[in-house]
Ligand binder design. Structure first.
Ligand code: SF4
Ligand code: SF4
Ligand code: SF4
Length: 337
């Protein structure tokens, strides 16, 4: 039997859901077992980083990196895995776009520490003691990773071969990636071009079966999903519920609309769009009759309509703020402030 390939899986700033998703592929895990030996997976078993650091360069065939880059340890492991791996896959929305942790980019390190270690009601820390990178104790010096001022995506710190979006990526996409790698290893089949996004190139609306209004789409009011009982057959956006489907890449099978819930955009922007949030904001504006050149609305009415969108940042940029041009504006503001 041919020697097994080596694979690694690491979590940066993430929730662990991407690690669980890898196990959700059911019997397909046997295909992985047949061709691969897992050499590093901190959440799965007690792999040691220093052992990986001692391996020859490019001796790991595939590394899956999930989670964003929030601290110096995340970045260091990303660089080690890049050096040791032939293929590095940015796995999940946090690694690809910053994901939910990326919303932390509206603030900075100092404010995050103040909120978490001082201001929360469950914390008694009147002296304002914060975690220190270096602490001397009788046994020596303790070291913690440096917590960065903002959240970065994986491809901001290392070269990435493939991107696999989703929060977490769905089992059909993971199974597809396993098939591609298995065929490459066992039959010499070619790999997709570098930079390929392992998902669909269409929009989520293209794979959603709900009925859409085709002409003169208009909505009068925006609802939170809990405020109305949505018709299970009709497009949620047409019913006034913000569904990010028009600005989101397909590939998950429209899982959320199928469960009568709006899409929150976890697959990230489509190929044609760079800023998912701006694209969706523009779609909503046109539905609200705001961007129409014949609009009779005055500024006050426009503001009133847009104010119906609760938490615009969390609605339009729930997964992609670090990838958005808006991030640069926030960084500028932080520098000036
Ligand atoms: S992409 Fe989603 S599931 Fe994966 S680590 Fe981030 S938050 Fe968790
Ligand atoms: S907006 Fe949402 S509900 Fe409407 S078609 Fe697109 S994905 Fe489906
Ligand atoms: S419907 Fe939207 S939020 Fe739900 S899994 Fe698909 S891309 Fe993610």
């Amino acid at each position: 039997m041919a020697e097994k390939i080596k694979i690694a899986q690491y979590w940066g700033a993430g929730c662990g859901g991407c690690d669980v998703a890898l196990l959700d592929i059911d019997a397909k895990i046997l295909d992985v077992h047949a061709i691969a030996e897992v050499v590093f997976w901190p959440i799965g078993f007690d792999g040691k980083l220093h052992e990986i650091e001692q391996m020859p360069d490019k001796s790991i065939t595939v590394s899956f990196y999930n989670g964003a880059i929030r601290n110096s340890e995340n970045e260091h492991v990303a660089k080690v895995l890049r050096q040791k791996s032939v293929i590095l896959i940015s796995f999940g929305s946090c690694a690809c776009f910053g994901g939910t942790p990326g919303l932390g980019n509206v603030t900075n390190r100092e404010e995050v520490f103040q909120t978490v270690y001082k201001d929360t009601q469950s914390t008694d820390n009147k002296a304002g003691v914060y975690p220190q990178e270096h602490t001397k104790v009788p046994e020596g010096e303790l070291e913690l990773p440096r917590f960065y001022d903002d959240v970065k995506t994986l491809d901001e710190v290392v070269d990435v071969d493939y991107f696999m979006p989703g929060c977490p990526p769905t089992t059909n996409l993971i199974a597809l990636a396993v098939d591609v790698v298995a065929k490459h290893v066992t039959q010499g089949a070619p790999l997709p071009p570098k930079g390929t996004v392992i998902a669909s190139d269409k929009t989520l609306c293209d794979e959603c079966n709900r009925e859409r209004v085709e002409k003169n789409r208009r909505i009068e009011k925006i609802y939170q999903s809990y405020e109305i009982k949505a018709d299970p057959k009709k497009c949620l956006l047409d019913q006034g519920i913000i569904c990010i489907g028009p600005a989101t890449r397909a590939g998950c099978g429209a899982m959320c609309p199928n469960a009568n819930m709006p899409c929150r955009g976890c697959m990230g922007p489509t190929k044609a769009v760079t800023d998912q949030g701006a694209s969706m904001l523009s779609a909503v504006s046109s539905l609200l009759n705001i961007t129409d050149s014949e609009s009779k609305l005055n500024e006050e009415q426009i503001m009133e309509m847009m104010m119906q969108v609760k938490d615009p940042l969390g609605t339009f940029y729930a997964f992609t703020l670090p990838k958005s041009p808006l991030r640069r504006t926030v960084k500028e503001r932080k520098r000036k402030g």
